[in-house]
Write a protein that binds this ligand. Structure first.
Ligand code: DGL
Length: 273
């Protein structure tokens, strides 16, 4: 019987975006084993109805627990976190953490002028999950939100800079620019890969906040408080699965995450992986 503390953390996203969270988890908790599923075969989630995304999230989380013995689940996707976190928490036998609350807390902390922005997929922004999360912080801030359809696709095809994505970013970011925000939350886990473009468009006076580090801190706190953290010196393994093209996932994933991304195996919906 494996020590529960040595079981992996299960992490999923619609594609490559959750690798920003994986980077923070690896850096903060090098002893933890991790299993990641990128649902590239069904991405993007951002333009799909909430109940469809919820179904995907439940299936992926169940697979991580059932097939890989995950001791907790990290929903490394804002879209899935915004529509499925409650359902996951109610149905899973292991703890679950999403990226919304950790990001909202960080955003409320860094602003000086009280004007904050969040950008995300159509699904995330429509869910108003960030409005609720910011309100729950109790901070006296005004939130401006902007949906950014199309940005995720640039990341998934490894086009993270250039004229085309810059033009789109200029158009999509205009509501948050006009609102005069001094802190902008990248409310989609794909967006940190576009940070240079977004920073140029927003200007140097705006702090970009990524939820990846904040989420990793929240994961560490949860594991430690429940006695689930891997013992120091554990033999940490990182495994990667994709429901789409595994070769492309390995190639682009390694470029985005780094050398920890080794072999990528196929994950099939509706079947044990
Ligand atoms: N990375 C995801 C998010 O944080 C989803 C992007 C998508 O599939 O549309 O929202």
């Amino acid at each position: 019987m494996v020590d529960v503390r040595e079981r992996p953390i299960g992490v999923f996203d619609s594609g490559f975006g959750g690798l920003t969270v994986m980077r923070s988890l690896i850096d903060l908790m090098p002893d933890e084993s991790l299993v990641y599923i990128g649902d590239t075969g069904r991405y993007p989630y951002g333009n799909k109805p909430a109940d469809v995304v919820r179904g995907f999230a439940i299936e992926l989380a169940n697979s991580l627990v059932r097939d890989h013995g995950a001791k907790m689940i990290v929903v490394a996707c804002n879209t899935a976190s915004s529509v499925a976190l409650d359902a996951l928490a109610a149905s899973l036998t292991v703890p679950v953490i999403g990226v919304i609350e950790p990001g909202a807390r960080a955003l409320a902390r860094v602003t000086h002028n009280g004007k904050v922005g969040v950008i995300g997929t159509v699904g995330t922004i429509a869910s108003r999950a960030y409005d609720d999360a910011i309100e729950a912080t109790g901070a006296d801030v005004v939130l401006t939100s902007a949906a950014c359809p199309g940005l995720v696709e640039f990341v998934e095809r490894d086009q993270t800079d250039g004229e085309e994505v810059t033009l789109l970013a200029k158009r999509l970011l205009s509501p948050v620019r006009e609102a005069g925000v001094d802190a902008l939350l990248l409310g989609c886990t794909h967006y940190p890969y576009l940070a240079p473009v977004i920073q140029r468009v927003m200007g140097d006076g705006v702090v970009l906040v990524s939820s990846a580090n904040e989420t990793a801190f929240a994961v560490r706190e949860l594991l430690e408080s429940r006695g689930l953290a891997a013992p120091t010196g554990s033999n940490a393994e990182r495994r990667f699965f994709s429901s789409g093209d595994v070769d492309w996932f390995a190639t682009l994933g390694r470029r985005l995450l780094g050398p920890e991304l080794g072999d990528v195996s196929a994950w099939h919906s509706g079947a044990a992986s």
